[in-house]
Design a protein around this ligand. Structure first.
Ligand code: FAD
Length: 400
């Protein structure tokens, strides 16, 4: 039987081993993860666990014992090298494989000169979450550097816990490159409506020494200060152990439409590190969404189990974010859009829905807590609806 080695025991890695067994793969499977504990899910780290409404147990990814799945696990072990036949671990051992699944994800990008300060955090791991929660429990104010989804969710959680929050963003408005100006401004409004001070277009120049807490100098010469801080300025992929594969990694591991890393015949990639080829458009976006990691794991498992591939991954990526009791949902590819239209404007952030179009075609939909509408347009997106069809539907729904 073929030996499958899966490196990275986060969402993509754990779902891969689960799907492999569910698809009837009966050969030996090894799962390697550098974190010391049982695998856990990351979305609650900026939401329920940070807020203290969930225990850490509630975020576990795998209910039960990996031994019941007959999966051999090495937690607390780092892969430090690989070639086309084996993975090399930091304890000196080597694990031969017939098929390798790379699921080592990303880590937070750090700012140049970012100090190691007990009250300045990034947020990616359970330890990061514990550290941030501890700082927040002693703090009256929080500085959020970067208005992306992690920063926005932490700002919301902190604000609802009673902290005074300042958010600093280098771009002229939040999500400027992803959502466009009008929807980016709405994301800023969601924060300001709850009392967060949002300062956009002012890049952080440097951190400055402060007697207490965190202080940062901004490009306009001003200084912002808070008891604690979080830096949420994007990610870099965990590829430092992959040099021995001799494949390009700079834009993620380039894969075909079912996860095989191009230039190899037995290496697959899933999750945040993977850049799968889109079956129709042909490009290879790297998508850091929970749903994509899960879908990709299912496809790779079918392929490795020798089953017909009935699952799909990444054709219409889906992302959600919870802030202030609202769920923001984004389906599709905003990066392909040439224009944005507001489809539903109730006059509040809640209920706003926008369509993103490439020429005449709907390519993405963003909804601020409007799940029914989102589902309606999601079906239209899957059916390849035109601008005219989408706008007619919006007009018809508005009349009801
Ligand atoms: C705080 C937070 C909130 C999020 N919220 C949302 C959300 O609301 N909605 C959404 O769609 N997505 C969200 N995401 C994104 C989502 O969690 C990721 O897309 C998903 O976890 C990707 O899974 P993955 O398996 O690729 O990576 P991960 O889950 O990060 O797992 C990778 C694992 O590999 C390990 N690893 C790395 N290098 C090595 C090595 N050399 N050897 C061994 N192990 C290694 C890592 O430590 C990690 O445990 C959030 C992410 C974070 C951090």
């Amino acid at each position: 039987m073929e030996q499958v080695v899966v490196v990275g025991a986060g969402l993509g890695g754990v779902r891969t081993v689960e799907f492999l067994r569910a698809e009837g793969f009966s050969g030996p499977i090894t799962l390697i993860g550098d974190e010391p504990h049982e695998p856990y899910d990351r979305p609650p780290l900026s939401k329920q666990i940070l807020a203290g409404t969930w225990s850490e147990q509630q975020a576990l990814l795998h209910r039960g014992d990996f031994a019941q799945l007959d999966v051999s696990v090495h937690f607390g072990s780092s892969a430090i090298g690989v070639d086309r036949a084996a993975v090399y671990l930091d304890d000196g051992s080597q694990l031969p494989y017939h098929a390798l699944v790379v699921a080592t994800g990303v880590q937070p990008r750090r700012l140049p000169g970012q100090p190691d300060h007990r009250d300045l955090h990034v947020l990616h791991t359970l330890e990061d979450c514990r550290g941030l929660r501890d700082s927040m429990s002693r703090a009256r104010s929080l500085l959020v550097i970067g208005a992306g989804f992690i920063g926005a969710e932490v700002a919301a959680t902190a604000c609802m816990a009673g902290l005074e929050v300042t958010m600093v963003e280098a771009l002229p408005f939040p999500f400027a490159r992803v959502l466009g100006e009008q929807m980016g401004q709405l994301c800023a409004q969601l924060q300001t409506d709850h009392g967060v001070t949002v300062r956009c277009g002012v890049p952080l120049v440097s951190f400055v020494d402060s007697d207490s807490g965190i202080a940062a100098r901004l490009a306009d010469g001003s200084t912002v200060q808070a008891d604690c801080g979080i830096v949420g300025v994007g990610t870099v992929i965990n590829d430092c152990w992959l040099a021995g594969l001799e494949v390009p990694t700079s834009g993620g591991l380039l894969c075909d439409t079912t996860g095989l890393v191009e230039g190899t015949d037995n290496v697959y990639a899933v999750g945040d590190i993977a850049a799968w080829r889109h079956p129709i458009i042909g490009d290879r976006p790297r998508i850091e969404h929970w749903t994509s990691a899960t879908e990709q794991a299912g496809v790779v498992a079918q392929r490795l189990a020798g089953k017909p591939i009935t699952r799909q991954a990444d054709t219409t990526p889906y992302f959600w974010s919870d802030q202030y009791g609202l769920t923001l949902q984004l389906v599709g590819r905003c990066d392909l859009a040439t224009s944005v239209e507001v489809l539903h404007d109730p006059g509040t952030v809640k209920g706003t829905v926008a369509g993103y179009f490439a020429g005449d075609n709907l390519v993405a939909v963003l909804a601020f807590h409007a799940p029914r509408l989102l589902n309606r347009y999601r079906r239209m997106l899957a059916a390849g609806a035109s601008r005219h069809e989408v706008c007619s539907t919006a007009a018809e729904l508005a009349c009801r």
